[in-house]
Write a protein that binds this ligand. Structure first.
Ligand code: NAP
Ligand code: FE
Length: 363
């Protein structure tokens, strides 16, 4: 089996890792732009970053208006601040939304960008340091930035090697304030990344090793996720499982689960990870009909068989959203056009996607 593997992000993990390794921020330059949402002011991440920058004698500005599922307008507003402030680098602190927005800001601050979704990303972007405060997207170790494209009525990624952050700091203490719903939804996103990565046509020995370990860690956290009670070690383990799964999709990409999920988020407001979780069991069942051994391997890594896998996801989801047949047809048609259909080891036709959606969300 031939494959490629690339991971240029330097990962630093552990309690207080930002403060203890703050000297690593110094060579990035004299002026930092912190890109974040509202919660980092309460979970300690913003204080830690500010304290490190002050200790290093680095000036900083804060943009804290990144919304969930960030828009291009937000990216442009924040990039304008990066330029007017003369930022030398970006520190992104938050969930996938601020981390993804920061990558697009890093691009727009350095290059003249027309249509961001078709812009050929060559040349330089501002260097980035990412600090996740959710355990799901793995954006801190990927070259993807997922933005809302209102013209296309969906979410779309931009991707380029330049969009990898230089550093990712993984400290689970920032997640002590994370609501149970966000904890579960983001864990489902990480689960989805690990599973989809193993079902990608680009899966290889290295991405599989990371995906299996991510699944093993997530499987071990299932009782904590169900109980909604997390020791510090649980938070750190979930964060590391998510980063491992991010390293997987950085190399393999995602599959139609993400393609289908984007419509649930765009049209129905379902959080990203939950959207994936709703679709994952029926998707995996469909894959099992074509490549049963591979699906057994995936479920086995989680410490379950397919039935148990579906049951665990169901427990975490609780009551499911329901969609009308017309909605499902529309979403399946949209998903069928997404690139990640071709990225899957099992080829799903539009009818196959509709079948997964009916089983997951039908009335
Ligand atoms: P999110 O949208 O970043 O955050 C969800 C909510 O949690 C927000 O209200 C946020 O508030 C809050 N929050 C974050 N950290 C918190 C903390 N420590 N304590 C309390 N509240 C906290 O959700 P996400 O699931 O992490 O990211 C989803 C986005 O990432 C989607 O746009 C998705 O498409 C994208 N994504 C990207 C990749 C990639 O490879 N780049 C992969 C998968 C998904 P504030 O934001 O106001 O602080
Ligand atoms: Fe995702």
């Amino acid at each position: 089996m031939s494959f490629q593997y690339h991971m240029p992000v330097r990962v630093i993990a552990g309690a207080d890792c930002v403060w203890e390794n703050g000297a690593l921020f110094a060579p990035f330059g004299a002026r930092a732009l912190i890109v974040t949402g509202r919660s980092s002011a309460k979970n300690g991440a913003l204080d830690d970053v500010a304290a490190v920058l002050r200790r290093n004698g680095q000036a900083f500005a804060v943009y804290d208006r990144v919304e969930a599922n960030p828009s291009v307008a937000t990216v442009r507003e924040c990039a304008a601040l990066a330029r007017s402030f003369g930022a030398d680098f970006i520190v992104a602190a938050g969930g996938g939304s601020p981390m993804d927005a920061a990558k697009a800001v890093a691009l727009c601050a350095r290059q003249e960008v027309g249509d961001i979704f078709t812009h050929p990303i060559g040349g330089d972007v501002l260097p980035m340091i990412h600090i996740p405060t959710t355990a799901g997207t793995g954006s801190e170790v990927t070259q993807y930035s997922v933005l809302t494209d209102d013209a296309a009525q969906t979410k779309r990624s931009i991707a380029a090697p330049q969009l990898f952050p230089r550093f990712a700091f993984l400290d689970g203490k920032y997640m002590a304030t994370l609501p149970q719903s966000v904890t579960v939804n983001t864990a489902l996103d990480a689960l989805s990344h690990a599973v989809e990565g193993m079902l990608s046509v680009r899966a290889g020995a290295f991405s599989d090793a990371l995906a299996r370990e991510s699944l093993r860690l997530l499987g071990g956290e299932f009782p904590a996720l169900c109980a909604g009670e997390y020791a510090a070690e649980d938070r750190q383990t979930l964060l590391q499982a998510a980063a491992l799964a991010g390293m997987v999709i950085a190399n393999t990409g995602t599959t139609p689960v993400h393609g289908m999920g984007y419509s649930l988020t765009y049209f129905r407001g379902v959080p990203h990870g939950r959207a994936n979780g709703l679709l994952l069991p029926a998707f995996l069942e469909a894959c099992a009909r074509r490549i049963p051994q591979r699906v057994r391997e995936i479920c086995g890594a989680l410490g379950a068989d397919l039935g148990e896998f579906a049951r665990r996801v169901d427990v975490l989801l609780g009551a499911r959203e329901r969609c009308t047949e017309a909605e499902l047809r529309d979403y399946a048609a949209r998903a069928a056009k997404n690139r990640n259909v071709e990225n899957c080891a099992v080829r799903f036709s539009e009818e196959d996607l509709l079948d997964v959606m009916r089983r997951s969300l039908g009335g």
